[in-house]
Design a protein around this ligand. Structure first.
Ligand SMILES: Nc1ncnc2c1ncn2[C@@H]1O[C@H](COP(=O)(O)OP(=O)(O)OP(=O)(O)O)[C@@H](O)[C@H]1O
Length: 466
């Protein structure tokens, strides 16, 4: 570890170095340089890692803004000596974390990088080239991982079925670095949660490291991964695995998953009991305005607008351009509330609804704090609900959700912990029977239902700083 009495140098030249918690102020011959604290991934022994080097020679690993690269960012390992003790205390690491360390053959560690090529505005590939690979290479891991790129909506599921799940079952430690939004994680969750792993003695949970590249990035934003400017790399180097709590949504027979911008449908996986379909989630299950706007905005055209696509679709739903009124969603919504030895089912009053959302996370987007009481990966499902109301009123409630989460204080909003949710649909038009599970859209059959419950066990971990 560094020694603050050692000569202070940056990139080999003498410098004065001041650290005031939100930035590192460096004065050297060429002038003043500032490294924002939020750009620091970690401080390690000098890169490339070499145990024979003086351990007082350090590298500050940073993600920098760089207009010349495709992603607008680049990685740099800044050589330094004599760094302030407070900076070392905050960011210093002595060794790589276990999930990045090469192990002996018996505990074989597999590191995979999955790049979702259509996430968000499609920056995954360039961000990998500009930042993630250079960072891993600097850590001596340049040849230690396998890279997979998505070619279709099914790629992540296929990878999980053919590589990650079989290896996890045979006891191989795996770290999966995912450059994507919530979609890729949810695909992994679905393969693992339905993998019948209860009796697999040798099963080892893979650890997922998220490099948020999606539109909403709800999981990353809610787990604190996006709080700094290193796009998940700080968590990859300094975090440890924590369970991803998940839920199970069971759908009535005939329910279909909409894919390829709703041009095609797929059958849901069978839940093993009768003809019901099942899909697992880790973020959100919704019906009404939220599900409709996610479904409507999942097109190549809308995706060009980043997260604005959700607001654009919401406006069209609340104030349709054909002049018609916004839709009141018809059905029976029942809250499932478990106590020690009893399962209570409380039907919400009224048959018409607007916003019905069961969430496991605090933030659906970086600034959209839908559930301010949720803590990272706390495993508690919460309901956010309101009934039909005029557009301005909805926009005012959602506006408060975008500015800290005070919308939960609005008298029209129901916000509370729940153990599950059931919806019995009473809609003639299939369009209004769309349910969103973590961004995926399921269309329920006429007179159908969905029931959501917490999963008993979680079979994947997320690498986060606790
Ligand atoms: N090459 C590809 N061809 C077709 N579909 C793809 C391809 N790559 C990824 N996809 C699909 O694109 C979607 C991207 O989802 P992802 O969650 O990663 O990003 P997002 O939807 O922008 O973000 P978020 O879920 O955080 O809002 C997924 O449904 C994924 O299966």
């Amino acid at each position: 570890m560094a020694d603050a009495t050692y000569p202070r140098t940056i990139r080999g030249a003498q410098a004065s170095i001041l650290y005031d918690e939100d930035k590192l102020l460096i004065k050297h011959d060429q002038g003043i340089e500032i490294i924002e604290d939020q750009c620091i991934i970690a401080i390690t022994n000098r890169i490339p890692l070499d145990p024979s080097r003086d351990s007082r020679e350090r590298s500050i690993l940073i993600v920098k803004t760089d207009e010349t690269t495709g992603s607008g960012s680049c990685f740099e390992a800044v050589e330094a000596t004599g760094l302030p003790a407070s900076l070392e205390e905050w960011h210093g690491i002595d060794t790589l974390p276990p999930h990045l360390r090469q192990t002996s053959f018996q505990d074989q560690l597999n590191i995979h990088v999955v790049i979702s090529t259509r996430s968000g505005t499609g920056l995954g590939e360039v961000f990998f080239k500009d930042v993630v690979h250079p960072c891993l290479a600097a850590l001596g891991l340049g040849n230690a991982y396998e890279t997979h790129r998505t070619k279709s909506e099914r790629t992540v599921t296929k990878l999980a079925e053919s590589i990650f799940l079989p290896r996890a079952k045979s006891g191989v430690l795996q770290t999966i670095i995912v450059l994507a939004g919530d979609g890729a994680v949810v695909d992994l969750v679905n393969v693992f949660q339905s993998g019948h792993l209860k009796d697999e003695a040798s099963f080892v949970k893979p650890a997922i490291a998220l490099i948020p590249m999606g539109t909403g990035n709800a999981l990353a934003n809610s787990a604190g991964i996006n709080r700094d400017a290193t796009h998940g790399l700080r968590h990859l180097l300094r975090g440890s695995p924590r369970e991803i709590p998940t839920f199970k949504a069971i759908f009535s027979p005939g329910s279909e998953l909409l894919v390829d911008e709703a041009r095609k449908v797929e059958l849901l996986a069978n839940d093993g009991e009768g003809e019901n379909g099942v899909i697992y989630g880790a973020v959100v299950c919704s019906w009404g305005l939220h599900a409709s706007l996610v479904g409507d905005s999942d097109t190549t055209e809308y995706r060009k607008h980043g997260s604005d696509r959700f607001t654009m679709a919401a406006r069209e739903l609340l104030s349709p351009s054909d002049g018609s009124a916004s839709h009141a969603y018809k059905g029976k919504v029942t809250l499932i509330l478990d106590s020690e030895n009893e399962r209570r089912a409380d039907a919400l009053p009224g048959q018409q609804h607007m916003y019905i959302l069961a969430t496991m996370v605090s933030n659906l987007e970086q600034n959209l704090t839908i559930s301010p009481h949720s803590r990272p990966l706390d495993g508690q499902m919460r309901l956010l609900y309101f009934g039909p109301m005029p557009e301005e009123r909805v926009m005012s409630i959602m506006g408060r959700a975008f500015t800290g989460g005070s919308h939960i204080k609005d008298e029209a909003v129901i916000y509370r912990p729940i153990d599950g949710l059931r919806i019995d649909f009473d809609e003639d038009e299939a369009h209004w029977r769309r349910v969103c599970v973590d961004g995926k859209i399921v269309r329920v059959d006429k007179d159908g239902w969905v029931e959501v419950r917490m999963s008993e066990q979680s079979l994947l971990d997320l690498i986060v700083i606790k």
